[in-house]
Design a protein around this ligand. Sequence first.
Ligand code: ZN
Ligand code: ZN
Ligand code: ZN
Length: 364
Amino acid sequence: MTVHEDRIEALRERLELLDVQALVVAPGPDLRYLTGYDALPLERPTLLIIAREAAPAIVAPRLERARVEHEVLVADIGVHTYSEHDDALALAGRVIGAPEGSRIALGDQMWTLFTLGLQRALPGRRWSSASELLAPLRAVKDAEELARLAAVGRAIDGVHQRVPDVLRAGRTEREVARDLASMIREEHDQVSFVIVAAGPNSASPHHEPGERVIEHGDAVVVDIGGTLEGYCSDMTRTYAVGHAPDGYADAYAALIASQAAGVAAVRPGATTGDVDAAARDVLVAAGLGEAFVHRTGHGIGLETHEAPWILAGSDVVLEEGMTFSVEPGFYLEGRFGARIEDIVAVDRDGVVPLNVVDRGLVVV
Ligand code: ZN
Ligand code: ZN
Ligand code: ZN
């Protein structure tokens, strides 16, 4: 069996376990995970249907048939195409065929237009979200996925090592971000995002790089990511231009300790809540608890943000093969902020970091 057929088999077991009659997913990461097909997200629906008592099927526009046949890596999948004047969602309803009263799970990112159309085509069914079926499967990576995440991790490590070449006083955040985007493109297939947050802007975790001119004495948060062979990178380092701002050194030292404590808590059997607490406790002890305004991390794979969530109080148990970020930060409005972010993988004995560039404040 191919890797995609194995995944569909594992999914079928979960359909039984959770008493779901059929799963329907639209173009996006779930479809890529289950079939390898990177379909266009069009107003013309492409829908993969995995029903408990039937072979896998895909409903697709007729004009996409060649791509479906070429890119879907699942043998004996039923391909149902429709023409421009056909009712695609009625066709999908017939292919799904779940009896009244049964439960159908829809992909979390399915357009409302398709959700409503399917609900019209199949009245009297119960509806739920696909993530309860798919998130636990997607969260545990196989050897090939781990190799791709390691490769894309090395790629973004390489970009961070070149940040000092382009980050300097007198340039705007946007100019630096543009240079970083081309550096990411050299090492990846696509750029996912570029955050360059200088001076007081570094206190906004998802700051959009703008016209602010970088000044001597600024702290600069650089959070960047791209995709390589479908898998994502996401990595943050914090830089200082000339020197760190006043009052920064102690807080930054606590952040290094916090991030290290979070990584050290990663092992099979620990919970995601344990990892969050390990990182958070260090910042709380340093008086920065209120300034750490987000969760400690998120899973990563086909999407930059996916399960598991490294969240306070969460009792999701870490398993070998899970990959996620450990990215504590502190954000003091009007003054400055900082974040350190690495991707890690859970292995049999503990943790494997997929980003290795030094975590100290880089003075440029
Ligand atoms: Zn100075
Ligand atoms: Zn990030
Ligand atoms: Zn992240």
